[in-house]
Design a protein around this ligand. Structure first.
Ligand code: HEC
Ligand code: HEC
Ligand code: HEC
Ligand code: HEC
Ligand code: HEC
Ligand code: HEC
Ligand code: HEC
Ligand code: HEC
Ligand code: HEC
Ligand code: HEC
Ligand code: HEC
Length: 537
């Protein structure tokens, strides 16, 4: 910096004599030429000197390079977020110089070298309102005035080492990142006084090695982020939160898949909160809880693997431990649908469980094969393509009800609870292909109604109009709550439908497995007393 102390007065004198010279030459054609000849909307009434608004060879403040402006007072709200590692404080160095105009508190024509303010055209005093007036609230602007050093990179490995920055990007003498890391107040050749063009986000990625995506619509950082006056504050996003940001494109207004339509259905993951986008779960769900914004990819995944478009998202493992990144889809769901019990059970059952992770545990007595292959090797109803060795995703059952041709995902559905197809659970449901469309996606309707396994399926389902859900739990029954005798075949009665058999001495309602395609029931249901009623050979 010291070399400028001697060089600057010479350049400034030269500049005032010849109109242009040296380093500051190109400022003349920019909005930073505030003299009467300035090309921008903001300029002086009669002042002809270009450099005087920022520099003076005389009477300058002790701040280098020969600064001609009053220092703004330290009353800024600085950027902060739950993931920021940088140690930030009030602006320092050249950032304060920029803010002496751009915070809108000091008159543009107020300079140290003369007592009287330089008169600006249009009776303007401070910088006009609008995007160039950042205000004193910098919590919605890219952080500045902190050390960008190897210590910071060790705390945030998604930053490049400062030694590898391109020549255009300069930190100040204290290795602090200032406004001038991204802007050059003299040079507007890249537009916006940028030190380099940001085509393909090359400015951002010079420092951040965060984005690795094959989703072409996501290659531009500024598609989601806004560096200044960002509506979200923390994380500098284009919308007030992640959802609003994503929906700027995913709302049907662009070619991007339209998620907004699902978001207004009766059963949704409620992603609408203006709070911090990395909000504590489970009271609020963010798009970023399932889709890590920077590592989303295109493509398909077989169960139980996580979808490529989830990216490197965190989860909770089968044992309840945090895991980052999640490997399996269910681990992402268990992040909230575990001990935190994000939702109460949809159907009240004999074995009540709102920890979904426990229902699907490999030690459970019976379960749909989400985590590991199911316990039953005799499932005659399975449709072609499925076998007892098949695995399925949670989202084979939970997600949009748009059907195969529409937009998919666990966003919203008209079938509660967030089901991909209709699943009627009321008593007196007339059986049809649509009433139990969810189950009939994978289980052949004709097989169920032919009584291939349970010889009274047809009598109950069609004859008595008993819904599948009265007998079957769609998830599983944990070994702490059930037994392989009483809860095989996903049997876990709906306690509003099945009651204890009134006969003296009977317990229950109870199901007893008696081997392959055989069992007994003791319970009172639809007015019928089943006293040790058996089926099978
Ligand atoms: C809008 C404010 C502004 C105007 C107008 C301006 N400068 Fe600067 N100038 C700066 C800032 C800010 C820095 C400090 C840059 C840094 O710290 O990296 C600077 C730094 C300099 C330096 C030090 C070397 C460098 O580039 O860092 C020279 C020399 C210089 N200016 C010359 C001029 C001349 C000559 C003019 C008039 C033709 C001029 N400046 C007009 C803001 C301005
Ligand atoms: C002497 C006051 C002053 C100082 C100091 C100053 N600016 Fe400006 N700047 C302006 C004015 C005035 C404009 C034009 C505002 C408008 O038209 O709304 C402007 C415009 C800009 C623009 C927008 C350019 C465009 O093409 O729209 C950027 C970016 C900018 N300044 C960055 C900086 C940075 C970074 C610094 C410090 C290195 C700085 N300014 C220092 C007064 C200043
Ligand atoms: C990390 C890089 C970075 C830093 C640091 C940075 N800016 Fe910017 N700034 C940008 C980018 C990129 C744009 C262009 C925004 C756009 O095109 O959407 C911009 C635009 C601007 C604008 C024009 C108004 C606007 O919103 O487009 C002003 C004024 C400005 N910056 C001033 C500053 C000041 C003052 C500082 C320091 C307090 C600063 N910038 C720090 C990257 C940065
Ligand atoms: C000169 C290097 C540099 C450039 C260029 C840069 N950044 Fe940064 N940015 C940083 C550093 C360093 C941090 C602080 C990171 C931390 O604390 O973990 C940061 C912080 C951020 C944050 C806040 C992070 C948080 O955890 O809250 C966002 C968002 C961000 N940058 C986006 C951008 C975007 C978008 C661009 C391109 C317009 C960009 N940055 C350009 C260096 C840079
Ligand atoms: C598809 C939208 C999207 C794109 C594109 C995107 N981001 Fe982000 N970014 C987000 C969201 C949303 C968050 C909020 C954090 C969260 O909730 O996980 C975020 C957070 C961040 C953070 C802070 C958190 C962290 O992990 O350190 C930084 C830094 C960041 N983004 C930088 C960038 C940069 C640099 C680019 C371009 C190379 C970029 N982002 C591209 C959506 C995006
Ligand atoms: C600037 C517009 C834009 C924004 C903002 C945006 N997206 Fe996208 N997104 C797209 C486009 C376009 C596609 C279409 C596929 C492609 O580009 O490859 C897409 C595709 C996707 C896909 C499907 C990828 C696949 O092939 O399976 C997901 C998931 C996605 N976006 C999630 C998000 C999330 C979450 C956010 C907010 C954090 C977001 N998007 C913000 C434009 C955007
Ligand atoms: C970040 C936490 C979180 C994650 C991750 C999450 N959920 Fe949820 N889920 C919730 C919350 C909270 C609710 C209650 C509705 C609301 O307020 O959004 C809910 C509701 C549901 C519902 C019931 C909807 C209703 O109408 O009652 C289902 C089904 C569901 N989630 C399935 C899933 C599946 C499948 C996954 C994994 C792909 C998943 N969830 C991931 C938090 C989460
Ligand atoms: C075979 C289809 C199917 C699969 C696979 C499935 N669910 Fe469900 N889920 C349902 C049905 C049906 C309900 C309605 C309640 C019932 O039938 O007991 C439900 C209810 C829910 C609820 C609402 C609360 C409750 O327990 O009633 C949540 C949350 C949920 N499921 C999450 C998940 C998660 C997480 C996974 C994967 C680990 C998953 N589901 C796998 C069908 C399924
Ligand atoms: C995405 C495909 C899929 C859907 C949808 C589905 N199932 Fe299954 N189901 C399977 C597979 C695969 C098995 C085999 C597991 C095994 O061999 O234990 C199975 C097994 C079963 C079993 C036998 C479990 C045992 O241990 O005996 C029952 C009962 C069952 N499903 C009921 C239902 C009901 C009720 C529905 C509707 C709520 C449904 N299924 C929806 C795939 C599905
Ligand atoms: C609970 C988890 C969860 C949340 C929260 C979530 N998604 Fe998804 N999303 C999914 C699943 C599951 C898919 C389908 C994945 C697959 O099959 O590839 C998906 C798919 C998508 C797709 C691609 C759809 C298609 O058919 O191409 C887009 C776009 C998308 N999500 C955007 C968003 C946006 C925007 C938000 C926030 C408003 C959001 N998601 C919130 C789970 C989630
Ligand atoms: C009255 C109670 C009851 C109702 C209602 C019921 N089931 Fe069952 N289901 C059973 C019993 C008991 C078994 C075990 C048969 C055995 O011992 O193998 C069974 C077995 C199954 C099996 C595994 C064997 C096979 O057939 O592939 C599937 C799948 C199944 N049921 C699906 C359904 C569907 C779908 C519905 C609704 C359309 C339904 N069940 C309604 C009691 C019921």
């Amino acid at each position: 910096m010291n070399r400028f102390v001697f060089a600057l007065p010479v350049i400034l004198i030269a500049a005032s004599v010849y109109g242009q010279a040296g380093r500051g030459a190109s400022v003349i054609d920019t909005p930073h030429n505030l003299s009467v000849s300035g090309p921008g909307g903001v300029h002086a009434v009669s002042e002809q000197r270009v450099c005087v608004f920022c520099h003076t060879p005389h009477a300058a403040s002790p701040v280098q390079p020969l600064w001609n402006r009053f220092q703004p007072v330290n009353a800024y709200t600085v950027y902060s977020s739950s993931s920021l590692d940088a140690i930030t404080g009030q602006p320092t160095g050249s950032s304060k110089l920029c803010l002496s105009c751009h915070d809108g508190t000091i008159a543009l024509g107020s300079v140290l070298s003369q007592g009287q303010q330089i008169q600006m055209a249009g009776s303007l005093t401070t910088i006009p309102p609008g995007s160039t007036n950042l205000g004193t609230d910098l919590s919605d602007d890219h952080p500045v005035s902190f050390r960008y050093d190897t210590f910071l990179v060790s705390r945030d490995p998604k930053l490049r080492p400062p030694s590898g920055l391109p020549a255009e990007i300069r930190l100040d003498a204290n290795q602090e990142l200032q406004c001038t890391a991204c802007h050059d107040a003299h040079d507007n050749s890249s537009g916006g006084f940028m030190v380099m063009s940001n085509t393909n986000s090359q400015l951002c990625t010079s420092c951040h090695q965060i984005l690795s995506t094959t989703v072409t619509g996501h290659e531009n950082c500024l598609g989601c982020h806004q560096v200044h006056t960002a509506p979200s504050g923390p994380f500098l996003m284009q919308g007030v939160n992640a959802r609003a940001t994503c929906l700027t494109c995913h709302d049907g207004s662009t070619s991007a898949p339209n998620i907004a339509a699902d978001m207004s259905k009766s059963s949704v993951h409620d992603t609408d909160s203006s709070a911090d986008p990395i909000d504590p779960i489970p009271d609020h769900v963010s798009c970023a809880d399932c889709h890590e914004p920077h590592t989303m990819n295109t493509g398909q995944a077989a169960a139980p693997d996580v979808h490529p478009n989830f990216g490197q998202v965190s989860g909770v493992s089968l044992t309840g431990a945090e895991i980052d990144p999640a490997q399996f889809e269910y681990e992402v769901c268990f992040k909230c649908h575990d001990d935190q019990a994000a939702v109460t059970p949809w159907i009240s059952r004999l074995a009540v469980q709102n920890n979904t992770r426990l229902e699907f545990s490999p030690s459970s007595v019976s379960f749909h094969p989400v985590v590991t292959t199911g316990r039953n090797s005799d499932v005659p109803s399975l449709k072609t393509g499925l076998t007892p060795a098949s695995l399925i995703h949670c989202t084979d059952c939970h997600g949009s009800d748009n059907g195969a041709s529409g937009v998919s995902g666990a966003h919203g559905s008209a079938s509660r609870p967030l089901l991909v197809a209709r699943y009627d659970t009321a008593e007196q449901t007339s059986e049809s292909a649509s009433a139990y469309a969810l189950c009939y996606q994978c289980h052949e309707r004709t097989s169920i109604l032919n009584d291939d396994s349970f010889e009274r399926h047809d009598k109950h389902v069609r004859g008595e109009r008993i819904p599948c859900s009265a007998c079957h739990d769609a998830h599983g029954i944990n070994s702490a709550q059930g037994t392989t005798t009483n809860n095989s075949h996903l049997i876990n009665f709906d306690s509003t439908v099945a009651f204890p058999s009134p006969k003296a001495g009977n317990v229950g309602p109870i199901f007893i497995d008696q081997g392959n395609r055989a069992g007994t029931c003791t319970l009172l249901c639809h007015g019928e007393d089943h006293d040790d009623e058996n089926y099978g050979p």
